[in-house]
Design a protein around this ligand. Structure first.
Ligand code: TRP
Ligand code: ZN
Length: 884
């Protein structure tokens, strides 16, 4: 049975807890079918709150016993709460003992305690601890934990929890025990327990501060050879946080454990981070450069949470971005600092902005739009979003821009001075950064700046320019506005830092600076100019806004060739491509196969590709056309199949017209020596991979077998997964007949490597659709013996790759994609509501669809919404999608 019809929670209803829990002593007798949990707490009334009953959260627990100060006590079950009306009055602490059982083996939601490959894992954020024991399961209740774990020694030789191992030993009947003590108080969402057959890579380190620490990465026995990169990333993270923020590791032992059944990327439990295997395991044979980079960021992200999230945590879940936005900002900075010189940093920045614009901007414009600090939710798990994470990180980045890098460090120092050890709000964070920089723009504009936390929607900055040739004065008028979002019709002006540069017509830089916009409309004037300049606006993507400016092609070509700001140089190329795509899409009666790209554009991208000094990684980004979803966001009415057809036709044109250049690019970038995932060689592999893909595409029209043959050879000979997978993808995406045998061979080679099989599934489910051929393949993949809908990584590799990452294949005119989607949302919801709700969001933007897709999508969503017994997770997503 499902708890089902919960209520909406409002930020404005926040109240301190009526009780505090000072300490928790947990004793686990682990058994997959029936795990026994004895929970002994010290509880006391919060004197700030009027006396009331103690209401503890609990879900799917079997309650056996409740005792207060060693005596039985009467209790009620009210929905999901355990209510104790008669706990002692007065503010003295009392002992509360609760004995419950639960069934980890039956827990398919992967929240609470569950089994995966015969090991036990926990996941408590946001509200999973209540599935382990009754508790005040909210982040402002911080307690000291001791944990005793008992389990069969042969089946579960390794027993882990937060903090320090203080005791271990043998018990009767082949069982053993371990006792862990966490020296830091923490909220329940940071609790963790792991038990199973695991092995660890270990590393002893000495910090700058001179303390010794043991770092461990635990995996299943066969996977130890894939943990070196994760360990290196962890060591780099420890060193970076000390160097950049003066924050040292505060534990003797720091553990990472990998599991293949996990709802998200990873979790920052104190001293015992639990990771999806995808973000731990890597070898050159099985992981791509992207995987290596993701591991570095996620290991960093979770490690950085130790200070931003764990030492200082969130008062309530509305403050989620306090830890997530800040920690994403920190992991982005970490990756940039490790990448090294300016152009590699810029590549990372472009990649981050691409995520923001292709995922967060649509979220901000759709039915699930919410502020960085939301005002309400039905299910908190639905708010682990790109808005909280990535837009939240942009808000922190703007603060750094406004106070400077050193000022930001001062602000962080003050934040820890004030709030270490407590549960605080986004306001507290912004206040600390401003107070440490009293003369900064941030301090002057703080109340207005904080609109970034309270107002949803992506602001638009419209720029218009004029040049007075006689006076030599250039005027740039910036006007901001923000579209209405659900529940927020009117918006006040934001504080928008606008990075600006002016170039002369021949491309030399005339001036540059940072303008901080605060009004709805402002005009900047630049005197003393010889001729009309080319403006480079929003350099470095200095604010998460849409910039509208009617650039001429000439101006964009100048920026693409000469801008000193690498972000805007890339952006100019994207605008050139986008303008062309939008024009082709709008041209009535234009058959995509008749598309002809103009010579100046082709020459400009040829120049980029052949450029003597630009990085390969930058070239690959600049030559990648804007994503279909990003193109769709620029349109009022979206025909996903037309967008797909136009973009594919453009890709094919570029492939053909630059054929000789692609050959040159492939030949000059294909050899990279011994594998290393560094930014230079990974950039070269990315460009070689793109070239190969373009050459296979160019061969399609002419049925020339040479390049598909070379791709197959490279696929076979490759010495690393990046080259091998790029070659395979080149065959699959060009629709060549050699793809089938290559796919077969790939499966045979990697049939025992779950993460590689995920790639194999994802490549096929996400392949460019030709006449509706992908959906039947997706159905076949789902009956493949290696498919399991219960494993989130595998479900994502097939179902999400099709529904969320393959718009051309998914948005079929016959609605079959939507029927499939609805069936899978419903099926997944009974297994794992968190994963189901993510899938449910694939149709967020249905209102923009052209007919017949629009009506068919609404019908599919309505069919899901009509199901009785939906989880809160899915119910919230589909009701919001249908509202208005
Ligand atoms: N706090 C985690 C992070 O960002 C993410 C997280 C939240 C999570 N809820 C989760 C991970 C549930 C797995 C399952 O680092
Ligand atoms: Zn996080």
């Amino acid at each position: 049975m499902r708890e089902g019809h919960g209520n909406v929670i409002y930020r404005s209803d926040y109240q301190e807890p009526a009780f505090w829990i000072d300490s928790v002593d947990l004793c686990f007798d682990l058994d997959p079918q029936k795990t026994r949990v004895l929970n002994r707490m010290k509880v006391r009334r919060n004197p700030n709150v009027p006396p009331q009953a103690l209401r503890l959260d609990g879900e799917e627990l079997n309650l056996a016993r409740v005792m207060v100060n060693g005596q039985g006590i009467s209790f009620k079950i009210d929905g999901n709460a355990l209510v104790l009306e008669n706990v002692p009055s007065g503010t003295e602490a009392f002992d509360l003992e609760i004995f419950t059982t639960c069934s980890p083996a039956k827990n398919t939601s992967l929240s609470g305690i569950y089994t995966s490959n015969d090991s036990f894992f926990t996941q408590c954020e946001a509200e999973g601890f209540r599935r382990i024991t009754y508790f005040l399961d909210r982040p402002d209740v911080m307690a000291s934990y001791t944990v005793l774990i008992r389990a069969d020694k042969r089946k579960y030789p390794v027993l882990l929890s937060n903090g320090n191992l203080v005791e271990q030993g043998e018990l009767d009947d082949g069982r053993h025990f371990a006792r862990w003590v966490d020296p830091f108080r923490k909220p329940s969402y940071l609790f963790a327990l792991v038990a199973g057959q695991l092995v660890a890579r270990e590393q002893r380190i000495t910090s700058r501060a001179g303390n010794d620490h043991l770092l461990q990465v635990y995996v299943r026995p066969g996977d130890l050879d894939k943990t070196e990169h994760a360990m290196n990333s962890l060591m780099a993270s420890v060193a970076w946080d000390e160097a950049r923020f003066g924050l040292s590791l505060d534990l003797e032992r720091f553990m990472i454990v990998a599991t293949s059944d996990f709802n998200m990327g990873a979790m920052e439990n104190k001293g015992l981070n639990i990771f999806n295997t995808k973000y731990v395991l890597a070898s050159q044979a099985t992981a791509t450069d992207t995987d290596f980079n993701n591991i570095e960021s996620v290991v960093g992200h979770e490690y950085f949470h130790n200070w931003t999230g764990n030492r200082i945590t969130c008062r309530d879940w509305f403050q989620l971005s306090l830890k997530e936005g800040l920690t994403v900002f920190r992991d982005q900075e970490f990756s940039m600092d490790l990448a090294g010189e300016a152009s590699a940093r810029a590549v990372k920045r472009i990649e981050d902005v691409r995520v923001l614009r292709t995922a967060q901007f649509p979220e901000d414009a759709g039915p699930m739009a919410h502020p960085v600090r939301p005002d309400q939710y039905l299910e908190i798990n639905n708010f682990y979003t790109v808005t909280i994470y990535e837009k939240g990180a942009e808000v922190v980045r703007m603060m750094q821009t406004l106070v400077g890098r050193d000022g930001f460090r001062k602000g962080m120092d003050l934040y820890f001075q004030r709030h270490d050890g407590s549960a605080v709000t986004c306001d507290d964070f912004a206040q600390a950064i401003a107070d440490a920089n009293p003369d900064s723009k941030l301090a002057q504009l703080l109340p207005q700046f904080k609109r970034w936390y309270s107002q949803a929607g992506t602001p638009r900055v419209k720029a218009t320019a004029s040049f007075d040739a006689d006076a030599g004065i250039y005027s740039l008028t910036l006007t901001q506005s923000c579209p209405a979002t659900p529940g927020q019709a009117e918006k006040e002006p934001f504080v928008i830092p606008v990075g600006l540069g002016l170039l002369s017509a021949d491309g030399s830089e005339l001036t540059q600076g940072m303008h901080v916009m605060t009004q709805a409309s402002e005009t900047l004037t630049f005197p003393g100019l010889q001729g009309a300049p080319v403006p480079s606006i929003l350099r470095g993507f200095s604010a998460p806004v849409v910039l509208e400016f009617d650039y001429t092609d000439r101006q964009l070509l100048t920026l693409l060739a000469h801008d000193t700001d690498p972000f805007n140089r890339w952006e100019a190329g994207q605008r050139l491509a986008l303008n062309r795509a939008l024009a082709f899409i709008a041209q009535d009666g234009l058959n995509p196969s008749d598309i002809r790209l103009d010579a100046p554009y082709i020459e400009a991208i040829r120049t980029v590709l052949r450029h003597p000094t630009l990085d390969a990684a930058f070239k690959e980004l600049a030559l990648t056309l804007p994503a279909e979803s990003y193109i769709g966001e620029q349109l009022d009415v979206v025909d996903p199949q037309r967008i797909h057809a136009v973009r594919e036709a453009m890709r094919e044109q570029i492939a053909q017209q630059l054929r000789a250049d692609w050959e040159w690019a492939f030949e000059t970038h294909k050899e990279n020596g011994a594998y290393s995932p560094d930014s230079v060689s990974s950039g070269r592999r990315a460009l070689a991979g793109m070239a190969l893909s373009q050459l296979c595409l160019a061969s399609r029209a002419s049925s020339d077998p040479v390049w598909p043959g070379k791709a197959l050879q490279r696929f076979k000979d490759a010495s690393n997964m990046t080259d091998r997978f790029n070659a395979l993808a080149a065959l699959v995406t060009s629709g060549h007949e050699l793809a089938a045998p290559a796919l077969q061979r790939f499966h045979a080679m990697f049939k025992d490597e779950a993460l590689v099989l995920d790639k194999w599934f994802a490549l096929q489910a996400g392949a460019p659709d030709r006449g509706g051929h992908v959906l039947p393949i997706v159905r076949q993949l789902m009956s493949h013996p290696d498919f399991s809908i219960r494993n989130p990584n595998r479900a994502r590799s097939v179902i999400f790759s099709y529904c969320s990452a393959n718009p051309g294949g998914f948005h079929r005119a016959d609605a079959a994609g939507y029927v499939f989607w609805a069936d899978k949302v419903i099926e997944l919801d009974s297994i794992n509501p968190q994963v189901a709700a993510r899938l449910a969001r694939a149709l967020d933007r249905w209102k923009k669809l052209a007919e017949p897709q629009r009506s068919a999508a609404r019908e599919a969503i309505a069919r899901v919404a009509a199901k009785p017994d939906l989880s809160n997770d899915v119910r919230e997503v589909v009701t919001r999608a249908l509202s208005d």
